[in-house]
Design a protein around this ligand. Structure first.
Ligand SMILES: Cc1cc2nc3c(=O)[nH]c(=O)nc-3n(C[C@H](O)[C@H](O)[C@H](O)COP(=O)(O)OP(=O)(O)OC[C@H]3O[C@@H](n4cnc5c(N)ncnc54)[C@H](O)[C@@H]3O)c2cc1C
Length: 537
């Protein structure tokens, strides 16, 4: 393959092949070999690569070309061309993945599926829609809502992620306690296989759907899916509750779920996340400002701590993180442990009408109110109104020189407190950490850690990032937790898959060999990825 002059020393698709591909595709499809496109599609939102990018190291292994098919036949032709020229194929949704799953490891053709936006609502009366895999969530909801319908899948990344990406990573939405994860919404899918053939899953004879969901582009390119849709709820009730401890609130959550209730939301913040959430509420509408947060921290400390020495220490510690002093994260986390107590639980129900909403709310809020302090509707309504805000504050954080990331793990209820303590402690040696519990089930719940770290320069940030993740993943495995709940595996967690699925590698190899013997589809992923800190541009 040729290399463009002045471009990164990676090959691009020779003109002859690019032109042949253009001829084979429909007129509105695009084949891009320009550096901008190839660099853009050489990463997703994985923070490890974002830090590298900030350091000026842009690309791991850019694709030879980026193909933007307009039809399913375009996808088929693209894969056939890739096969003819021995090129890998990497399916790409919106690149919002946070694990490097869509990052090419051997170049090839990256296939951006966002133009596949077919919409078949002929079975809407039966609660089924057939949707193109390229629908971006926010736009899809808008279109469905206009017809009084919803998919019920609301990830925080709803404005920048696709249906195909959700299915490929086993995504979870914010209201998953009521609607389930994406695997609970998908009934069937069509995919283009490694030979360019269109396949239906399931067939009357085999149901490969459970293997396909979460396969991260390694087994086929999803082109559309039959999903469960439902009428838009017309009545919502949200409230906030305050627990003294995480354990007290977890007990209440477990009881709700095991009674068979299906609230739209049960979202519990640990004490530090509760503090940050209250800071967010106080500064809602204002531009994000570390001064505002520091003021809140000062006010909190004034109310709760009488020893002036502790106040000074904690204030310096909190501000230290925000302003990049060299205060050790372990000290910051200990300060947070001492200063903050009280855990906010957001609870909500959504139903077809007021009568059902009132009945569900009476059950849910009655149980929670018996065990926790009822804070009224304001915290719940505020959470609902601002539920997508925090996800879009990542860029200013990176601009300021720190890094932020999130880690989602899950366990049965009995293991949850230990998992929380173990992962928090493992992360806490390296980064400043807080957590919330969401996506609750009768059997257990997921924990979502948010952490921030900093180093003297980007290389030190990378070292700290690697130490934090490796320690946290090992702690999750030791505590009997699943190392992923809804972000998928990608390059980040591949080396730790063995902790979740002993023997899974051999099973995956057999499936992969059967459907993609030349390892053409998103190679070097899932069981075949190296430890993530060996992945360097
Ligand atoms: C700010 C922010 C908030 C987030 N919040 C959430 C959240 O609340 N819940 C959640 O679950 N996730 C969340 N994520 C993670 C991310 O949005 C999900 O992993 C999402 O499912 C990725 O979708 P995508 O279309 O961007 O896929 P991409 O990142 O483009 O790809 C992800 C993987 O899916 C594969 N893939 C994509 N499309 C197809 C297809 N059509 N066929 C086959 N394989 C395909 C890719 O090859 C890759 O392996 C968040 C991310 C960010 C940046």
């Amino acid at each position: 393959m040729a290399t463009q002059q002045g471009a990164p020393s990676v090959p691009f698709l020779p003109d002859a092949i690019a032109n042949e591909l253009r001829l084979r595709l429909s007129p509105s499809a695009r084949v891009r070999v320009d550096d901008a496109a190839r660099l853009l599609y050489s990463r997703d939102c994985w923070p490890w690569l974002l830090i590298h990018t900030r350091a000026g190291r842009h690309s791991l292994r850019p694709p030879h070309a980026v193909v933007q098919p307009a039809t399913i036949e375009d996808v088929q032709e693209t894969i056939r061309m890739a096969a003819a020229h021995g090129l890998p194929v990497v399916p790409y949704g919106a690149g919002s993945g946070v694990t490097g799953a869509a990052v090419p490891t051997r170049g090839g053709l990256t296939v951006d599926l966002k133009r596949l936006t077919s919409l078949d609502l002929s079975l809407a009366g039966d609660g089924i829609a057939r949707l193109g895999a390229g629908w971006v969530g926010g736009r899809l909801e808008h279109v469905l809502n206009r017809r009084g319908l919803t998919l019920g899948h609301f990830p925080s990344s709803i404005g920048c992620s696709t249906l195909g990406g959700w299915i490929a990573t086993r995504s979870a939405g914010q209201l998953s306690t009521r609607h389930g994860k994406i695997e609970d919404r998908v009934l069937a899918t069509r995919l283009v296989d490694a030979n360019g053939d269109l396949r239906h899953v399931p067939t009357p004879h085999t149901d490969a759907l459970p293997i396909l969901v979460g396969s991260e582009g390694t087994l086929g390119v999803l082109v559309d899916a039959d999903v469960v849709i439902e009428p838009l709820p017309r009545a919502r009730r949200y409230r906030g509750f305050l627990a003294r401890t995480v354990d007290e609130a977890l007990d209440a959550m477990r009881e709700v779920l095991q009674q068979g209730q299906r609230p739209a939301v049960l979202r519990l913040y640990d004490a530090f996340d509760t503090f940050i959430s209250s800071a967010r509420r106080a500064t809602a509408g204002a531009a994000p400002s570390s001064d505002g947060l520091t003021r809140r921290l000062r006010a909190w400390i004034d109310r709760r701590v009488s020893v002036s020495e502790a106040r000074r220490f904690a204030l310096n510690a909190g501000a230290g993180l925000l302003r990049r002093t060299d205060m050790a994260p372990i000290a910051l986390n200990r300060a947070a442990d001492t200063l903050f107590d009280g855990c906010l639980l957001i609870a909500g129900v959504e139903e077809a009408d007021d009568e059902h909403a009132d009945a569900s709310a009476a059950d849910l809020f009655g149980l929670l109110g018996d065990r926790l302090d009822d804070l009224g509707t304001a915290p719940g309504d505020h959470w609902y109104a601002h539920r997508y805000d925090v996800s879009y504050k990542q860029s200013p954080a990176y601009d300021s020189g720190i890094f932020v990331d999130t880690m989602e793990v899950a366990a049965s209820w009995d293991r949850l407190p230990h998992l929380h303590a173990a992962v928090r402690s493992a992360l806490g040696d390296h980064v400043f950490v807080m957590a919330h519990f969401s996506h609750a089930y009768a059997a257990g719940c997921s924990i979502y850690f948010t952490f921030a770290g900093f180093g003297r320069d980007d290389d030190e940030c990378l070292t700290i990032y690697a130490r934090a993740w490796n320690a946290a993943l090992a702690a999750a495995a030791r505590s009997g937790g699943a190392v992923t709940h809804h972000h998928g595996v990608g390059l980040l967690k591949a080396a730790h898959l063995i902790d979740d699925h002993t023997g899974g590698g051999a099973l995956f190899d057999r499936v992969k060999h059967a459907v993609d013997p030349d390892d053409r589809l998103n190679p070097g992923k899932l069981w075949h990825a190296p430890p993530f800190d060996e992945v360097r541009p």
